[in-house]
Design a binder for this molecule. Structure first.
Ligand SMILES: [Zn+2]
Length: 289
């Protein structure tokens, strides 16, 4: 069973590297989320940008070939110094620009486990975080507190959600794939249950006016996150009894238990078959180990 998961994850990382090759065609789209706060989209994870009297604070940096375009998009918003890039987790579609930004003298900040995983990979020294933390971290910048909160095992083991206090905006990291099946990186320390816990915990801390930048997918709000949570909980309630019965994955696949969601949620990074395989096996392994 373990072998199945490892094979899946290996093929996924190859797929994610091969996603976008024609970088010239990619445009960076800027969306205003609040005063002096923006979401940038190109290829890969959604970026967050805070501008203000103290300079620029950036969340994530997509892929290395896009750094120039991302910096140009930021320069349309502000010519001030880019102080920090905060990595929400280690995946290459969020940290691929680290080395370029590090060489520009921008300080990279991330959770301890992000540092560990980037260091273990082929990341150059300039692409590694120089400040890491183990639970929560607060930036006092641009007239507000920017608070980061780590979740131990959700999308990966190093996910951080970022709260822009005073703006009522959060960046959810890849704990939220808005309007798509989420990817749970089990080999990267993530877990299905941890995603549910992190989403529920976040719902308890925000209000109806909170704007949410998801790791992937369009800008949303608490109502959007609640829909996402309800779908994930429903999926859990469908799959868990099958895992409790000990049904093998092949048999569960034939039952197509998530069919009602596949058309709406199966067109993102996760196709229906891969999503079902990862989530079912994670639930199964937690029950039957
Ligand atoms: Zn990710």
């Amino acid at each position: 069973m373990k072998k199945t998961i490892i094979t899946l994850a290996a093929s996924l990382s190859i797929a994610s590297v091969a996603v976008a090759q024609d970088w010239d065609k990619i445009e960076i789209k800027t969306t205003k989320v609040a005063d002096d706060l923006y979401m940038l989209e190109g290829e890969g994870g959604n970026l967050g940008v805070s501008i203000g009297e103290d300079g620029v604070f950036l969340i994530d940096d997509q892929y290395a070939p896009l750094t120039e375009k991302i910096v140009a998009a930021i320069r349309k918003l502000s010519n001030d110094k880019i102080h920090f890039v905060f990595n929400t987790h280690y995946h290459g579609d969020h940290t691929g620009g680290n080395e370029n930004l590090g060489k520009m003298g921008i300080d990279i900040v991330a959770h301890d486990d992000v540092y560990k995983r980037l260091k273990e990979s082929d990341t150059a020294k300039e692409g590694l975080p120089i400040i890491t933390f183990n639970d929560m971290l607060t930036f006092h910048l641009n007239g507000m507190d920017i608070k980061t909160r780590h979740y131990r095992s959700a999308h990966t083991d190093g996910d951080s959600i970022v709260y822009f206090e005073g703006k009522n905006v959060i960046h959810m990291a890849d704990i939220m794939f808005n309007e798509a099946y989420p990817y749970v990186d089990v080999d990267g320390g993530g877990s299905w249950k941890g995603v549910l816990i992190a989403v529920k915990d976040t719902l308890n801390q925000i209000d109806d006016q909170t704007k949410i930048i998801p790791g992937h997918g369009p800008l949303t709000d608490k109502a959007g996150l609640k829909i996402y949570y309800d779908v994930l909980m429903d999926i859990d309630s469908i799959l868990r009894p099958l895992a409790e019965k000990g049904l093998p994955l092949d048999q569960v696949k034939k039952m197509a238990p998530l069919k009602k969601y596949d058309a709406d949620y199966g067109n993102g990074f996760m196709n229906p078959d891969t999503f079902l395989s990862i989530v079912y096996m994670d639930i199964y392994n937690h029950i039957n180990r």
